[in-house]
Design a protein around this ligand. Sequence first.
Ligand SMILES: Nc1ncnc2c1ncn2[C@@H]1O[C@H](COP(=O)(O)OP(=O)(O)OP(=O)(O)O)[C@@H](O)[C@H]1O
Length: 618
Amino acid sequence: MTTTATATTSEPQPTSPPPDPQSWTSLNPPLAPWLHTALSTLSFPRMTPVQASTIPLFQGNKDVVVEAVTGSGKTLAYLLPLIQRLSSSPSRRHHVRAIIIIPTRELAVQIHSVLTSLLQFQPAAAAAAGLRAQLLRGGSSEVNPRADLQAFLRDSPDILVSTPGRLEELLGSRYVFVSGETFEMLVLDEADRLLDLGFREVLGRIIARLPKQRRTGLFSASVTEAVVGGLVRSGLRNPVKVVVKVREQDVERRIPVSLENNYIISPYPQRFVHIQHILCPPSAPFSPPLKSIIYLQTCASVDLYTSLFPLFIPRSKYTLHPLHGQQSPKTRAQTFTSFLTSTTPSILLTTDLAARGLDIPEVDLVLQLDPPTDPKVFLHRCGRAARAGRRGRAVLFLAPGREEEYLAYLSIRKTPVTEYHSHPPPPTDPAQRAGEIVQAFRQKTKQDKALHDKSLRGMVSWVRAYGKHALGSIFRVQELPWRELAEAFGVLWMPRMPELRGIQVDLGRGVEGVVRRGIGYKDKKREAARLAKIVEEGEEKGGRKRKGEKGKTEAWSNKTAQKAVREVRREKRKKRRIAGMSDEKKAKEEEWKELVEEVKKVKRQKGEEEGAQFEDMV
Ligand SMILES: Nc1ncnc2c1ncn2[C@@H]1O[C@H](COP(=O)(O)OP(=O)(O)OP(=O)(O)O)[C@@H](O)[C@H]1O
């Protein structure tokens, strides 16, 4: 890396005396007149510091690596030079002239929309032959690779905005040309994420296809060793590093000045009390944040808490929008759009899928239920609030004890956090309130095995994620407070996982009298299947098949009834033997008894529901 251009700014920006170095007119070569119209119509009155530092370099002949805080305007810092360069040379049919690579679909949609909002200002005369952009995003069934290629052949775009996988597919087509004569620019947005392990291979293959003669720009709020190490792979030549620093009271920070960055030290279940207090404080008047994001560690946690959060954050006050990477692309797109367009208080419950780049100006509040496993994601998460100079707040939860060391780590990383003090103060006995919330969780998970399965899965995946934390010396699985965790996930018994080998956990209140097999599915079909399996298992254990016994073709309901009768008889026999058994055996017997009761219940239900619906389950 040859040169470093460093710009330092405090927010809000002091108005510089003329000539204004952040004025769009100060650029040389000047922007096309239609771009000036676009910028003033879209309310971008003057350049932000990162734009003022980057645009002259990138629209000239420099490769750039740009690091600037979240929400500082990096998108226009690369889109404007890109448009400028491409406008000055002619398009060629089916030749790609610039590529912007982005790690997630949601972000790709956003960047493509900013780009097209600028391109729509191209003069009408030039528009027919003007620049065109195509969005490619993986995982969408409506827009499959074939449809991508058809659109490419039809529209012949100059610019591709894409996630890596889908881009590689399109570039693999022999009808898509990327040649040294016409290709101009490559941009990697969220470059450090793209150069991370997950994308490395596909990105390497894409870059190998591109002409070496080009401008390349890497942009992120966290330019790390991964980026520096990836420079060679991404083919930068003598890049200029642009670092836009933020200072507050002469202290450098890596987060926007308009962001109030807080932490709360709290045991796990009590975090819900604080969240409730922040989002629904008891005192009026209170204007709830219009849009908030709550970050959870895993997809399974998002699935679980979508059901549990309404137990302490009423649906009447907030709409929850669950979003994670294991949802179908259609669900993801719908959820994201509904959060984006909602006009009533809404919460996006999500994973680090939505940590980077998303520009939703109305987000006022970011809550991190746990610190991210990748520490650099911390500032990306916080940065979803307080964008473009708006005020915002981020709150991080940490467990008392060793996790508090994370605060020192953040301070070294120039990411200052201060303790959260709420007005009015939180409940005087958060432990008691937390106990009530845990009881509510357990009451709910008891009612539906599907939900309890989510609890178990949520806890297991959370522990796995915790074990993968990059700061392993702070976040130690061996020191986890198991009981509190179990409470926070609403589990009624501990999941089976190697981390718990040899550990006995007293689960506390709310699990008395819980029998594992006694928890059924709310969904009738699933429940019937579960009961049938239990009965079969019981038969296998206790009974041999006799000759002449009716086979599988017999109606399920009759079989179940017969089985139920057999089980009741067996139960009676066993009851007689119970006296003198060990406690464990007694417990098993009790469990079995409950099962038999359930089978009877199904029989009764069968009588009520009649015929078709039940027979369908065979
Ligand atoms: N010159 C400008 N004047 C006013 N607002 C601007 C200007 N440039 C960008 N913005 C606004 O600032 C917000 C943040 O911009 P952008 O999304 O480009 O930030 P970013 O630096 O890429 O953030 P992140 O690192 O989180 O991706 C957007 O809402 C954008 O419209």
